[in-house]
Design a protein around this ligand. Structure first.
Ligand code: ZN
Length: 47
């Protein structure tokens, strides 16, 4: 499991359709598109 950095929910990272983004050398996973959008607005807030 990976942890959504925005809402701290656990996200199964092996699912092919999981919502993810690359941040530096890391791949981050999100529970929803809205969490991904929030992260992309201000990544430094969540890392
Ligand atoms: Zn989330």
């Amino acid at each position: 499991m990976a942890t959504d950095p925005v809402c701290k929910m656990e996200v199964p990272e092996k699912e092919m359709d999981s919502i993810r983004t690359k941040y530096g050398t890391k791949i981050l996973f999100f529970c929803s598109d809205s969490c991904k959008k929030n992260f992309e607005k201000d990544p430094s807030k969540y890392t």
